[in-house]
Design a protein around this ligand. Structure first.
Ligand code: SDX
Length: 392
């Protein structure tokens, strides 16, 4: 009992760790970062401020935020030799494959921040990861479309810098559109951290062995890629585009309910939320706002809204407590901004790096932390003697 929240004994016995970063109440649809509701942070804060909050327990003063943002900006460049890594990939490589490879390779270039017993090196590695993810992600996109890489421009905001590296070209000046910058920053905030989800648990488990933070984040990226997890935003937009017209929705609802059909509604359902994912509510509103401000009308948004309405009235979804999650509307906004679906999970990984790094720091700085070692219920054969191959 922390005075604010009390847990039933069953819950505490299954909890994989103690953490003070993010609180989720799945039944009530509540998500707090260090006590602050996600909708307030999404509407009033900035991604750099939320990064500071997750890493340092409290919202920063103006001076603290300026210092933190400046520190992060000092690490946005990538070692020049890492740029050659990209040329080893096929142009049509999925950007998440490139992210796994390049982030894992960071530990080969930044040896001076891999000693996890040194708090200063842990902090430098944390700042490097947060700072370099936008550069690495933008380069993965540029490589996939055959355009030259752009170096960071630290006169821009964290998010503006990323947008320019992604959509800018050497031949022209790039003006950061404030509508797009604000939408992108909000999306980063909404994806920053989410308690002990599969990829965060992967980062913690890898980190518990003493692996360096770059390797741990690469492991988290690999896990996030799965369509049941972070890959769902790409799959959800592809599904909405495949449905195409609202009149085809009943066919997909029927497939989602058919026990013999492996199809699931992408962007629906959640391991923890048995109510609306609060992030989906913010994104649903933002989708309309951003498309209106950009003067874009995307029929996919109409299909998403119609699908949500029909599913929420359907007994199957009500009984199973299936609601839209963070991945249901995010793709509509990302597509309007200009990203291909293959970049959606990369953007999720970029934002979630803040949460992974904060969770890793929380774990690694715990003096009582031990290596993770999940156990199993053994279901194989009882002991038996070996039989030579000519007697089998
Ligand atoms: C993320 O953990 C996190 O916090 C993750 C995340 C984060 O920020 O890190 O929130 C991000 O990963 C969000 C989830 C993105 N994934 C998708 O949108 C993919 C589609 N959703 C499903 O695959 C599914 O809902 C999961 C994987 C998210 C959860 O699957 P579970 O654990 O099986 O869900 P459940 O136990 O609540 O399912 C209850 C029932 C099951 O049927 P029965 O076994 O009871 O017969 O509902 C069914 C499920 O088969 N079901 C669905 C469904 N999701 C669950 N049926 C149809 N469509 C769906 N989307």
């Amino acid at each position: 009992n922390t005075g604010m929240f009390t847990y039933d004994p069953g819950f505490t016995s299954t909890a994989s760790c103690e953490s003070g970063l993010t609180y989720i109440d799945g039944d009530a649809g509540v998500l707090l970062h260090r006590g602050y509701p996600i909708d307030q942070l999404a509407e009033q804060s900035s991604f750099m401020e939320v990064a500071y909050l997750l890493l340092n327990h409290e919202l920063p003063s103006k001076a603290e935020l300026e210092k933190f943002t400046y520190t992060i900006s000092r690490h946005t460049m990538l070692h020049e030799q890492l740029a050659t890594f990209y040329r080893g990939f096929r142009r049509d490589a999925h950007p998440m494959a490139i992210m796994c490879g390049v982030v894992g390779a960071l530990s080969a270039f930044y040896h001076d921040s891999t000693d996890i017993s040194d708090p200063h090196q842990r902090m430098v590695a944390s700042h490097r990861l947060i700072a370099k993810m936008p550069t690495i992600a933008a380069m993965a996109y540029k490589y996939s479309i055959g355009q030259p890489f752009l170096y960071p421009d630290n006169s821009l905001s964290y998010t503006g810098n990323f947008l320019r590296m992604t959509f800018g070209v050497p031949a022209e000046a790039y003006e950061v559109d404030p509508v797009i910058e604000s939408a992108m920053d909000k999306i980063f905030i909404l994806h920053a951290d989410h308690e002990q989800n599969a990829s965060t648990s992967t980062v913690r488990l890898a980190g518990s062995s003493g692996a360096n933070p770059f390797a741990c984040i690469a492991a988290g990226i690999a896990c996030l890629w799965g369509p049941a997890h972070g890959g769902a935003n790409e799959a959800a937009l592809n599904m909405l585009r495949e449905i195409g017209r609202p009149e085809r929705i009943p066919e997909y609802i029927a497939r989602a309910k058919d026990k013999n059909d492996p199809f699931r509604l992408m962007g629906f359902g959640h391991r923890v939320y048995k109510n609306f994912d609060p992030r989906a509510k913010v994104l649903s509103k933002a989708a309309t706002e951003v498309l209106d401000k950009l003067g874009i009308s995307d029929p996919v948004l109409d299909t998403a809204r119609e699908l949500e309405q029909i599913a929420l009235k359907d007994d199957y979804f009500a009984e199973k407590k299936l609601y839209p999650n963070v991945d249901f509307y995010s793709g509509v906004i990302l597509s309007a901004i200009g990203f291909p679906t293959t970049m959606f999970t990369v953007l999720f990984a970029l934002a979630r790096t803040v949460g992974w790094v904060a969770q890793w720091n929380e774990m690694i700085s715990d003096p009582d932390q031990k290596i993770g070692r999940p156990r199993q219920l053994y279901t194989g054969p009882t002991q038996r003697d070996y039989v030579a191959v000519d007697k089998r």
